[in-house]
Each structure stands twice: as C-alpha cells, then as structure tokens.
Ligand binder design. Sequence first.
Ligand SMILES: Cc1cc2nc3c(=O)[nH]c(=O)nc-3n(C[C@H](O)[C@H](O)[C@H](O)COP(=O)(O)OP(=O)(O)OC[C@H]3O[C@@H](n4cnc5c(N)ncnc54)[C@H](O)[C@@H]3O)c2cc1C
Length: 366
Amino acid sequence: MKVAVIGAGLGGLCLAQGLRGAGVEVEVYERDPDVSGRFQGYRIGLGDLGCDAMLSCLPERLRELFAATTGTLSGSRENYGPDLELRDSRPPMSATTVDRQVLRQLLLTGIDVRFGKRLSGYRVLGDGRVRAGFADGSVTEADLLVGADGINSAVRAQLDPDTEPEDTGVRCVIGRTPLTDRFAALVPGFGAGVSDGEVMLMIGLMRFRRAPREAGAELGVPLPDVGDYVRWVLMPVPDHEDRPPRDTVLAAIDGWHPDLRALVEAADPRHTSRLAIRVVRPGARWPLGPVTLLGDAIHATSPSGGNGANTALYDARRLRDLLVEPRADLLGAVDAYETAMFDYGARAVEYSVAALDQFLPARPAA
Ligand SMILES: Cc1cc2nc3c(=O)[nH]c(=O)nc-3n(C[C@H](O)[C@H](O)[C@H](O)COP(=O)(O)OP(=O)(O)OC[C@H]3O[C@@H](n4cnc5c(N)ncnc54)[C@H](O)[C@@H]3O)c2cc1C
C-alpha cells in the first residue's frame, strides 16, 4: 500500500510517522518551498488526546525528544482587571505545551517530504488508485490520498466542494515575547486573562523542558533555536487597520498595568500577526473512495477551543491504526475512520465556537 499525504502540517506529518513506523510506504507533499518558509511558531496546548496520538505514532528516539522539548502547565487560570487586580480563578487544569515550529520540525525527521509541491487536483483511476497533480506539472499515484492540507484544503475543494470555511467575524492579534521573570510573574498558573470589558488579553507561557536546538543536536535532529517565551492574544480587534498589529494591541490596552504594556512592547513585530478566526464544519459524507481528509481540512476549530491540533493528531493515529490492522481492507478502514471522524470532528468545532464567547467580553452571549 502506498499513501500520499498532502500537507506537512502537524496532522499529516503525524500520520506519516505512524505509517512509516508500521512499514507502510508514505510520501508527503507540501506547498511551502522549505520547512521554514513561513513563521509558524505559536504555542499549542496538547491534552492526553494529542499527546497519546503523538507518542503512539513516533519512533522511540523521537518520543524522547518530544518529551524533552515540550513544557508543562498546571494550575488555575486567573482572570484580572487591567490593573492586574484579581477577579476570579478558574478550576485547575494542566496541559503539555509545544511550540508548533519545533514540533513540526521534529515530525519531519525521517519522513520523505517533497517541498514546493502545491496540489492542484486529483483523479481516481479505473483501478481504484488515485493520481494527484501538482502546480509544477508533476504527478504521483497512490492507493490512498489524504488531504491534510489545512483550512483552505485543495483536496476538500474537489472532494467536498460544498464544505467551505466559515468566518466567525472575530479577529485577534497574536504575538510572542521572550520570557523574563517580570513577564513570568503575570502567569502564576495555567494561564491568565486580562479584560477591561471591551477586549481580553490572554497570556500563556512556553517554557521548554530543554532548549530545542541543544536537545535535538544530541540526537542529530535539527530543531529551531527558540528560547522560552510568553504567547499572548488580544481579541476582539477591528477587522482592518492600517497600523501594525502590535500597535493595534497597544492602543487597545492604553492605560493598562505597565507590565502588560511592557509585555506587548517587547514582542518581536515579526512574530506578531492579525488572525481571522474561521472554522470548517464537516457537512454530509462524500461517497466512500480512496481520498479522505484529516485535521483542519475537514474540522477546523477556533483557537479558543485549544483542540484543533489535538483532534488532527487523533485523526492521524486513528487512520494509521485502521489502515495497518491485520486483514484491514483500504476502503473499510477509510469508512470506519470517516464514520467516527465526522462525529467527533463536528463536536470539536462546536466546542471551540462555544468557547469563543468566554474570550469575548464585549460580545452578547449567543
Ligand atoms: C493561534 C493559534 C493557536 C492554536 N492553539 C491550539 C492549541 O492550543 N491546541 C490545539 O489543539 N490546537 C491549537 N490550534 C489549532 C492547530 O494549530 C491546528 O488545528 C493544527 O495545526 C491543524 O493541523 P493540520 O495538520 O490539520 O493543518 P496545518 O497545520 O494547517 O497544515 C496544513 C499544511 O498543508 C499545506 N498545504 C496547504 N495547501 C496545500 C496544497 N494545495 N498542496 C500542498 N500542501 C498544502 C500547508 O502549507 C500546511 O503546511 C491553534 C491555532 C492557532 C491559529
């Protein structure tokens, strides 16, 4: 069996690791010219669902590296007013924190990724195999084509054209600032939210157990040179503004506590961006065949749910498990995968959309 995965994001690469470990031939096609083509280093929180999937798909030496280059957060989430006066504490939570860029680079290890390959379309052949075509004119054939190509999936556009991203209308600015003792004090527990009733600033830490580059070098795995940082998000922000995103945030938090303003002022403008929050809700099942979707391509969540990567990694694990089961037939495995995925994927999206309200102080409850 040969599997072609479109998209070298977290879900596609996790699937590729899992299939490779089970001895299945797998190739990954990615539109970006190389691994560092775009900045992708925001912090992600993984629960048991995502961590277990990751550990189940990675070979042992990468499992150790995964453990070394993640962080742990636990405690309550504190809510403050703009002068850092404590308003309330949410019940304690815990999560494993990962930097998306570090994790993605770790996941690339040993995987046959063809960069600079933008999928333009595919065709199911008479023998049941699939031929995928790329913008550079090249093609590949496989027994199964997996669209793990994110929220704007080109595979979905052909397989399931009625399912399109929906704009929630909410915009946010996300940034990151190198960690100092002053900024660490803003997040004593799991995370912090600061609100003046108009906007909310969410603050979370990314503290690596070991410096990724150093831990990776010991195993011959090149990882980015990234230090501990504070990830912050302000929402909602206006849809369009001429000023740079960091200035939008500074204007919104005018008069707030000096530590909060210093946090935003010290952020690297190259790593500060405006984000439109869009979701993809799985609709009706497409006819069963040798093409399927995984991750944001079919169930893109709002970041407020903290569950998009977790669900994409779970997809990868489940699909791998079903494909490599003894006596599995390909279409039976895809059918079982899609049957469950449409259900839990839809629930993941609804959960994330419902969670958006708790981060939108000025928005009337839905
Ligand atoms: C700010 C922010 C914070 C988040 N925090 C969390 C969190 O705390 N917890 C959590 O679980 N989730 C979180 N998420 C969600 C999570 O990042 C995504 O759900 C996850 O990355 C989706 O993985 P994926 O593999 O499906 O898609 P992606 O990671 O988007 O990968 C898709 C890949 O496909 C490639 N591609 C696209 N089109 C083509 C094409 N035509 N041909 C070839 N390649 C193509 C892209 O270049 C990309 O590399 C967050 C998201 C954001 C934006």
